[in-house]
Design a protein around this ligand. Structure first.
Ligand code: PMP
Length: 286
C-alpha cells in the first residue's frame, strides 16, 4: 500500500483524509504540480517548485512549505514507495473553515490542505507513444481565462481526452479564435522547415516546465524556435508536431483531425528533442 502525505503526516493511503468542506473539493480552489521521477530522482524539481509559488501567489494563497521542505517530502515519498520511474503529485488547496462560502476563509485561521502522493509508472521513459506518435483531434478551448495558473479545475481537459478517445484518437488540442492554445495536459508544437513553432507565454496557456527546458535545449542545439500561435491547418501542413509535459517528456504527434503529418511516423526533430531532454534532465535530476 502506498504511503501518502497529508498536512504533515505520512500515512497509508487508506488512512489519509481531507474534510468534505475542503475548498479543493467544493470549489476546485487549489493548485497542483506533477514532478516526474526517473531512476529514483526528481526531474526539474526547482521548476515545479517555482511555478507552484507563482500559482499560489496568483490566488492569494501563502505557500505553507518552502522549497526545501517540499523537496524533503517528495524524496521521502519516492523512498517510502520505492519509485524508480513514475511521478509525485502535489496538491495545495485553500483548506476549509468548516463550512461552504464563496468568500475566502481568513488565512490567519485557516490552514491550506497539502496532499502529496506518488504514482509508479515503470517504463515511463520508454513509453510506446514515443515510437508510435499520438493522434490528435481539435476541440474548442472552453476553459477559463487564467490557464497560466495550475489549478485543479481539470473537468474540461478531462472531457477533452474523452472526446479524443470517442473519435479513436489519443488526445486533443484546444483551439481558441482559430489558433491552437495547447493540449489537454501538454504544450503543443509544430515543426516546419526545421523551425520549432509553439505559442508564446500568456494567460492563455500553462507555462510548461518541460516547455521551458525543451526550448532552452533546442536553442542551445542551434535549432530555430519561433514563439507564436498557429492554426490546425498550419499544423496539418507541418513536417512534424509534438507535445511536451512533465510525464510525457517530448512525445511526437503523427495525425491531426484525421490528416497524417509528413509520412505519418514520428519526426526527427521530436525524436532528437526527446533524447536531449531525457539526457539533460537526468543529468540535472535531484
Ligand atoms: N498545459 C497543460 C494544460 C497541462 O496540464 C500541462 C501538464 N501539467 C502542460 C501544459 C505541461 O506542463 P509541464 O511541462 O509543466 O508538465
Amino acid at each position: 500500500m502506498r504511503t501518502v502525505y497529508v498536512n504533515g503526516d505520512y500515512l497509508p493511503e487508506t488512512e489519509a483524509t481531507v474534510s468534505i468542506f475542503d475548498r479543493g473539493f467544493l470549489m476546485a480552489d487549489g493548485v497542483y504540480e506533477v514532478t516526474s521521477v526517473l531512476r529514483g530522482k526528481l526531474i526539474d524539481f526547482d521548476g515545479h517548485a517555482k511555478r507552484l509559488e507563482r500559482s499560489l501567489s496568483e490566488l492569494d494563497m501563502k505557500s505553507p512549505l518552502d522549497r526545501d521542505a517540499l523537496l524533503e517530502i517528495h524524496r521521502e515519498l519516492v523512498r517510502a514507495n520505492e519509485i524508480d520511474e513514475g511521478l509525485v503529485y502535489l496538491q495545495i488547496t485553500r483548506g476549509s473553515d468548516g463550512d461552504r462560502d464563496f468568500v475566502f476563509p481568513d488565512p490567519a485561521t485557516t490552514d491550506p490542505t497539502v496532499v502529496l502522493f506518488t504514482q509508479s509508472k515503470p517504463g515511463l521513459a520508454q513509453s510506446p507513444s514515443a515510437n508510435t506518435g499520438l493522434k490528435i483531434v481539435s476541440i474548442d478551448d472552453l476553459r477559463w481565462g487564467r490557464r497560466d495558473i495550475k489549478t485543479v479545475q481539470l473537468l474540461y481537459p478531462s472531457m477533452g481526452k474523452m472526446m479524443a478517445k470517442a473519435e479513436g484518437a489519443d488526445d486533443a488540442w484546444m483551439v481558441e479564435d482559430g489558433q491552437v492554445t495547447e493540449g489537454t495536459s501538454n504544450n503543443a508544437y509544430i515543426v516546419k522547415d526545421g523551425r520549432i513553432i509553439t505559442r508564446g507565454l500568456s494567460h492563455e496557456i500553462l507555462h510548461g516546465i518541460t516547455r521551458a527546458a525543451v526550448l532552452r535545449f533546442a536553442r542551445e542545439a542551434q535549432m530555430e524556435v519561433e514563439e507564436r500561435p498557429f492554426t490546425i491547418a498550419e499544423a496539418q501542413a507541418a513536417d512534424e508536431a509534438f507535445v511536451t509535459s512533465a510525464s510525457a517528456f517530448v512525445t511526437p504527434v503523427v495525425e491531426i483531425d484525421g490528416v497524417r503529418l509528413g509520412d505519418g511516423t514520428p519526426g526527427p526533430v521530436a525524436g532528437r528533442l526527446r533524447e536531449i531532454y531525457l539526457d539533460e534532465s537526468l543529468k540535472a535530476a535531484i
